[in-house]
Design a protein around this ligand. Structure first.
Ligand SMILES: *Cc1c(COP(=O)(O)O)cnc(C)c1O
Length: 790
């Protein structure tokens, strides 16, 4: 139990000192430090409990954890949100206001990092011993500013304001070797000489779940110089600067590999430090590692955990290759997050050889032994697909599959595409490794915390057991025809819309009509996510309003939000185009009664928590086959937005759960897209010939009307034209427009609409990450449940 109101008041007064000062920042840090100390104590108790029990532990290694703010989440999971709110109110503060003091720790780019954070929440909530390992980037992901419609990036240093939640543990530091050369002895022993060592210092952050479970640990590693003598010829100043760089910033790119040395250093730093720490925890004979430890690698970024574990077992514990390999391939499992060719991680061999010579050496041996086991009769292409080392590169995805005991895709469509196409050759060799675990989201952050009003309404209908067992949201289906209830549901949506309007007003936009349909697309900017199609469609609507005096549709507000990788020029042009179209639409005296375009700057978790509960239409419009799962789609449905989307990623499973008549489905199927790609016979010019409206749109684009001058859109024009529209934007545009028409028509019958939205909420329970994590635990990790007795 958390403190009583009296105790908390006492503690708050002690910390805060002069209660008359109206200082939100001081109030935030007073309250946050009280909560932090409370949960830190529970974390220590949990750690002791785990040690004593000697039960299996899971370590989830990820280059990204997109946590979002912690104060609300921790208080709410402790069941202490009300009491903290009361204490603050009595002291003259509002908890909602002081929360705004907390800087989002931007330790992730998008979905992949947010998934890791949701998993941490679910592990703790289910009472499972699972911990995260990541890097304590001093600057998280950049802050996005919009200047004259263009994205500008600036660094953000979250740590200064945020250091309340993690605690430095100098005594648990380890050292990671880079560079140097290998000396191989006749007996097989390997020495690593002249290495440059970097110290990894852990900062441990308590992870509090709901349901008063154990408090797990998210360990963030910080790189620092260590005391060892430097090899001759290495400059101390340069060494210190290069070391600090390792935990300086997050790569602002989750599907474009910039091929930077620094990124590789980060990966090895994380893998090596984490594995050493796992061994330091110890408590079991090395040979029993797989019975005591499960390691999940989140995408291929931490795939060097495989050769690093081999290194520790052989060089550190004297195991033979075969013994070490048997252990490694029973300990590590791998999640694949993408099939986009450009996002499949590859590194130049020379780079690994130079930076991590022993790791490269081990990868070479993994590759050699694997190739020796391959069946005869493979063709050239199959051999490439099965090579870890190929054409002077190291292919991390092949390494990850070969070196782990389980490989999962993140939605059933995605897993099938992996098995049938992308990893067909590997699947043929290791069919037993491949399985699906559809992603999920924590319903605690995304419903209970972000939407307390809807939470209350749900609880009034079905009691509160669903908070522990989210699949019981299905009981809501019994009330789908209760008109009074649907009116209350509608009122909650209206309230969340108004709250969003207030938040956006504070950012300077006064023109949002609460009666308009809130249509939202928030996610990283990427070609395949097709924000371009969305904004082209807005422009089509604008054209129609201008050219046809009888076309006066129900008012709509289109929200966009998301960052583009700084080097991804195409995506940045799309952001510019959204601003250009927004400017035209929002200032057109006629059109602005029907259309309004809003761009939310610097989209992050805290913005998502305000936007999603207010959404009525969830734009999930990726080119079919390209979005592995998506998790934004799940957050929206859970908050009663209707999906307007393609048959892609987890949308497929959402449509299955709710029935296609409770969504607006459009566009090419994954199979059609893949067939076009295989045959190479899609011609966007044919779309233009057939469709006068799209032809006009492209003409406007080429004339520079959708941007401030043609030059701003040149990459967009090139992609749709000379590059033959690789994401099928033009091909799907008409089908997309028709889906919007169906949506607007459906919106006209509000009672029916609310029924559809209600159905979405009712079937969202299976998309809780509690379900995902339980499946991982049952099928992959084999963990036991714990309760903390306090
Ligand atoms: C959920 C989430 C994402 C992932 O969104 P998708 O629509 O699945 O790409 C990205 N960023 C933030 C801040 C999120 O909360």
């Amino acid at each position: 139990m958390f403190y009583s109101k009296e105790e908390l008041t006492e503690r708050f007064k002690e910390r805060f000192g002069q209660m008359e000062k109206r200082d939100n920042a001081a109030a935030y840090s007073s309250m946050a430090s009280i909560v932090q100390e409370f949960v830190e104590e529970r974390r220590n108790m949990t750690h002791a409990l785990y040690k004593e029990s000697n039960e299996k532990q899971l370590y989830y290694i990820s280059l990204e954890f997109l946590l979002g703010r912690m104060l609300r989440s921790n208080l709410s999971n402790l069941g202490a949100y009300e009491v903290a709110s009361d204490v603050l109110r009595d002291a003259g503060f509002s908890l909602e206001e002081i929360e705004e003091q907390e800087v989002d720790p931007g330790l992730g780019n998008g979905g992949l990092g947010r998934l890791a954070a949701c998993f941490m929440d679910s592990l703790a909530s289910l009472g499972l011993p699972g911990h995260g390992y990541a890097i304590r980037y001093r600057g998280g992901l950049f802050t996005q500013h919009i200047e004259d419609g263009f994205q500008k990036e600036s660094p953000v240093h979250w740590i200064t304001k945020h250091d309340q939640w993690d605690v430095r543990h100098e005594e648990l530091a380890v050292e990671v070797p880079f560079y140097g050369k290998l000396i191989k002895h006749e007996d097989g022993a390997v020495e690593h000489e002249d290495a440059i060592w970097v110290k990894a210092v852990p900062y441990d952050m308590p992870i509090v779940g709901g349901n008063s479970g154990p408090v797990n640990t998210l360990r963030l590693w910080q790189a620092e110089p260590c005391g060892r003598p430097l090899p001759v010829g290495v400059d101390k100043g340069q060494y210190e600067a290069a070391t600090a760089e390792i935990s300086d910033r997050l790569y602002p790119d989750d599907s474009y590999d910039e091929g930077k040395l620094l990124r590789l250093k980060q990966q090895y730093f994380l893998c090596s430090a984490s594995l050493q720490a796992i061994f330091n925890e110890g408590g079991f004979p090395v040979k029993e590692l797989p019975e005591h430890v499960a390691i999940q690698i989140n995408d291929t970024h931490p795939a060097m955990a495989i050769p690093e574990l081999m290194r520790i077992l052989m060089d550190g514990h004297g195991l033979t290759w075969d013994a070490a390999w048997a252990i490694t391939t029973r300990t590590i499992s791998y999640t694949n997050h993408t099939i986009l060719e450009e996002a499949m991680e590859k590194w130049d061999q020379w780079l690994l050889k130079e930076l991590v010579p022993r790791i490269y050496d081990i990868i070479e041996e993994i590759d050699r032994r694997f190739k020796a086991t391959l069946p005869g009769g493979l063709n050239e292409k199959e051999r490439h697909k099965l090579a870890v080392l190929d054409e002077k590169q190291v292919k991390m995805a092949v390494l990850a599959v070969v070196g782990s005991y389980k490989v999962n895709g993140v939605a059933s469509l995605h897993t099938e595409i992996l098995k049938k196409r992308e990893m067909k050759e590997l699947y043929a060799i290791f069919p037993e490794k491949f399985h699906n675990k559809t992603n999920g989201i924590t319903h605690r952050r995304w419903l209970i915390q972000a939407n307390p009003e809807l939470t209350e309404l749900i609880t009034e209908s079905i009691g509160d057991q669903w908070k522990r067992e989210p699949e019981r949201l299905a009981e809501l289906a019994h009330y789908g025809a209760d008109t009074a209830l649907l009116r209350d549901f509608q009122a909650v949506k209206r309230l969340k819309k108004n709250q969003l309007i207030q938040a956006v007003k504070a950012a300077g936009d006064n023109a949002i009509d609460p009666d308009s349909i809130f249509d939202i697309q928030i996610k990283r900017f990427h070609g395949y996510k097709r924000q371009l199609m969305n904004i082209l469609h807005v422009r089509m609507l604008h054209d129609r309003i201008r050219n046809d005096a009888t076309f006066r549709p129900h008012p709509r507000t289109f929200f966009f939000g998301g960052k583009a990788a700084p080097s991804y020029h195409f995506a940045k042009q799309v952001i510019k185009m959204i601003h250009a179209v927004a400017q035209q639409v929002n200032s057109d005296p006629v059109a602005r009664k029907y259309l309004h375009v809003v761009f939310i700057e610097d989209y992050n978790v805290s913005h998502a928590e305000k936007l999603i509960p207010a959404a009525e239409v969830s734009e999930q419009i990726s080119t079919a086959s390209k979005e592995a799962s998506g998790t934004g789609n799940m957050k929206f449905m859970m908050n009663g937005a209707l999906t307007l989307g393609t048959v892609d990623g987890a949308n497929v499973e959402i449509f299955e759960a709710i029935g296609e008549d409770n969504a607006f489905v459009f566009g090419l199927s994954a199979e059609q897209v893949m067939r076009f790609e295989a045959e190479g016979d899609y011609r966007p010019a044919e779309v233009l010939e057939e469709d006068a409206q799209i032809r006009q749109l492209i003409a406007e684009l080429e004339a520079g009307e959708l941007s401030d001058g043609a030059a701003n859109a040149e990459l967009v024009i090139r992609q749709l034209g000379a590059e033959e529209d690789p994401f099928f934007v033009l091909r799907d545009l008409n089908s997309y427009a028709l889906a919007h028409e169906r949506m607007v028509e459906a919106y006209g019958d509000q009672l029916a609409w609310q029924g559809m939205a209600w159905t979405n909420v009712a079937h969202s329970g299976i998309f809780s990450s509690d379900r995902t994590i339980q499946q991982y635990s049952d099928d992959v990790w084999d963990l036991g449940r714990f309760r903390l007795k306090v």
